[in-house]
Design a protein around this ligand. Structure first.
Ligand SMILES: *Cc1c(COP(=O)(O)O)cnc(C)c1O
Length: 383
């Protein structure tokens, strides 16, 4: 069978006869992306953001590969993610972006985790805990420079500067901020946030500094500071709106053809009969749906362009609505040898980037990656 012409090396997509959807995660591409990001940002330290199960790709597998490739500092969102990561990486520096919730300081201490403190009261709580155990434990502060999401406000900063010997009580290991518009390299807010960060970091001269996520890294070395915090670029996402994606794709989603059917001109396809066929059409029904991350917004009703999937080297447009478990594609123009029951259709991979899928669905690469779900068989390759 030649329908797997473009599937990634090592995926052996048709070995197991019972499988209908396969998510292949290329750990070599992940390692390459990490090394690429490190090279771009040297001498800054390249950390890795592995929150949300490494953007849906699997934190356990991702963290092991990142560690082997020299990554020593990690960011997660929640304490639970951090505790899981600690089990995997005993020596790593682990920061928790969601900060210090009341009553959690001892958990941070017990697992050797560092809170990213987002307000003056969190700073005070951490200082109180450190005093109570007689140890100046490490932490980061996140200062808000214009995102107005998490982070210390100008008032918070004044307040903690007035806290006198507080900075002997805790160890401030990192001062960080987050860019709101780095995905647009021409946006004036980038420069304004950097100027603001310049002023604030001078107030904490002993701490390391960090401003850039993936997109921020591409803004240039003046955004790199001591440590960069890429997430989406590691996982093959395109961090910026402009230009080509410099990073390698990591995720490949293949769905199996369950049935091929011939339909007459004038027939409709799928729920809601949203697509009327304007020619006799051969349809392949593929075993991937929105429960597997194929957004319903990728549907193709009349006059609506949906996702273009691939069968081998052939483009096969989606027809009608994407349903939970299934999607129909037009294989009329595909040679007979390729359009076979049991063949594999590429929904995400070398021909269909996460960025293409995201743009088509009106969302961003991040949401494509974190929506892939847990039903498809996962294959980790490239190690
Ligand atoms: C998620 C996150 C990152 C990583 O962002 P990417 O755009 O995925 O590189 C970095 N810093 C903070 C504060 C984050 O919340």
């Amino acid at each position: 069978m030649s329908g797997q012409a473009s599937r990634p090396e090592g995926a052996s997509a048709n070995r197991d006869t019972h499988e209908t959807a396969i998510l292949t995660i290329d750990l070599r591409a992940l390692a390459d992306n990490y090394r690429d990001l490190s090279d771009r940002t040297r001498p800054a330290e390249c950390a890795a953001v592995v929150k949300a199960d490494a953007y849906g790709l699997g934190m356990a597998q991702a963290a092991a590969v990142l560690w082997r490739n020299g990554c020593r500092t990690y960011f997660v969102a929640t304490i639970a993610e951090a505790v899981d990561l600690r089990v995997l990486l005993a020596e790593a520096v682990i920061y928790v972006l969601n900060g210090l919730l009341a009553g959690t300081a001892a958990t941070f201490h017990q697992h050797g985790l560092r809170p990213v403190l987002n307000s003056a009261s969190e700073v005070r709580d951490w200082a109180n805990y450190c005093s109570s155990v007689g140890e100046a434990l490490p932490c980061a502060i996140h200062v808000d420079t214009g995102m107005n999401r998490l982070g210390l406000s100008a008032t918070d900063i004044d307040e903690i500067r007035g806290m006198g010997d507080l900075w002997q009580t805790v160890t401030l290991s990192l001062v960080m901020s987050h860019l709101a518009c780095a995905d647009d390299h021409a946006h004036a807010k980038n420069g304004r946030q950097r100027e603001r960060f310049e002023v604030i970091r001078m107030l904490f001269p002993k701490a390391l500094t960090s401003l850039a996520n993936s997109a921020g890294i591409l803004l240039g070395s003046e955004y790199h500071y001591d440590l960069v915090r890429p997430g989406v670029a590691l996982y093959g996402g395109h961090p910026q709106r402009q230009g080509d994606n410099p990073f390698r794709p990591v995720v490949h989603l293949m769905g199996r053809i369950l049935q091929i059917r011939d339909t007459a001109r004038g027939e409709t396809v799928g729920y809601g009969a949203t697509r009327t066929l304007d020619r006799p059409t051969r349809i392949a029904v593929v075993a991937v749906g929105y429960a597997d991350g194929l957004f319903r917004a990728l549907s193709a009703g009349d006059g609506e362009a949906g996702l273009i999937a691939y069968l081998g080297p052939y483009a096969v447009p989606v027809l009608g609505r994407v349903s939970m478990d299934l999607v129909s594609v037009d294989v009329t123009d595909v040679p007979e040898a390729f359009r076979q029951r049991g063949a594999w259709v590429e929904l995400l991979g070398p021909n269909v980037s996460a960025h293409t899928m995201a743009s088509q669905a009106g969302t961003i690469d991040y949401e494509v990656l974190t929506s892939l779900g847990s039903r498809a068989t996962r294959r980790y390759v490239g190690i």
